[in-house]
Write a protein that binds this ligand. Structure first.
Ligand SMILES: N[C@H](CCC[C@H](N)C(=O)O)C(=O)O
Length: 285
């Protein structure tokens, strides 16, 4: 049986399995199924996603991010904070680093227990504000591509939304091709004061509500800023903890976009890669 060394980490309860693949040990062909297997809760380690640390010709390392359904995502904010700490701990980078993703090169910085990620600037025109819902023209959403697609909806009291209602509502948006042809993550945001918001996120590729979403928090804070409801820095309260987002809005760009929060190693060991799980066996049998 093949054993694969890993660390399990989380950032605000958004949890990941991380594997050092600088000396290639993972076979690309079986990767999607492997990710689905090891990310399945109860039957395996379980996680929202899995990342591979790989070599890069243009940065200190390459981050490859997979959602728990086995799909490869362009970028993941909390995952990035975790892999930055992982790269530092594994000696793959110093405390200030650049890393490559499918969405370009990002910078990472170790700040004591916390990790900060700096995003590339985003043109203002890429934020689509006040879009009427295709199904209900009286209701609005906001949309941004912050490495991955995010839909943001403002609500008054998000803690009172029942989990079931949240999931039903979010799934309609997540799969609506008129909002985003490649699907979208869905965030609901409550403004607390000028420097604080609360949010809940339904994640594409996890197909569930997660405890926090770094890119979602970044999209939500900037959109709240563009709507003149908050100003930088913004503390984003998630189910799993607090993320801090800072940014600068200029005439045509949002610049100096930083995401900061914890990145915690909770376990390390070896995965048994050939222990596939079959969670649907009960339904099939
Ligand atoms: N949890 C992630 C987002 C993952 C993106 C993924 N759900 C996708 O759209 O492929 C974050 O902290 O930014």
């Amino acid at each position: 049986m093949r054993k694969v060394p890993f660390k399990k980490m989380h950032g605000c309860g958004n949890d990941f399995i991380i594997i050092d693949n600088r000396e290639p040990i993972m076979n690309n062909l079986e990767l999607s199924r492997f990710v689905q297997t090891v990310c399945t809760r109860r039957f395996h380690i379980g996680a929202d996603g899995l990342m591979l640390l790989e070599t890069s010709h243009i940065a200190d390392f390459k981050m490859r991010y997979f959602n728990s359904d086995g799909s490869e995502g362009e970028m993941c904010g909390n995952g990035a904070r975790c892999i930055v700490k992982y790269a530092y701990l594994m000696g793959a980078a110093s405390d200030v680093m650049a890393f490559e993703t499918l969405n370009g090169v990002y910078e990472g910085k170790i700040l004591g227990e916390n990790v900060q990620i700096k995003f590339p600037s985003i043109p203002i025109k890429d934020f689509h504000l006040h879009q009427p819902f295709p199904s209900d023209e009286n209701d609005f959403y906001h949309f941004a591509w912050v490495g991955v697609p995010h839909t943001v909806v403002m609500e008054k009291a998000i803690d009172h939304i029942q989990d079931e209602d949240f999931m039903k509502w979010a799934r309609k948006i997540r799969y609506n091709p008129a909002i985003s042809p490649s699907g979208t993550n869905v965030n609901v945001v409550e403004i607390c004061d000028e420097h604080q918001i609360k949010m809940r996120t339904y994640e594409r590729g996890v197909e569930d509500e997660t405890f926090a979403c770094g890119s979602g928090a970044t999209a939500s804070a900037i959109i709240s800023g563009l709507l003149d409801k908050v100003s930088s820095p913004v503390k984003v309260h998630t189910k799993g903890g607090v993320l801090t987002i800072s940014f600068r809005i200029t005439e045509d760009e949002v610049q100096d976009i930083c995401l900061e929060g914890n990145a915690v190693v909770v376990a390390e060991g070896e995965l048994m890669s050939e222990a596939p799980v079959n969670v649907s066996s009960r339904e099939e049998g």
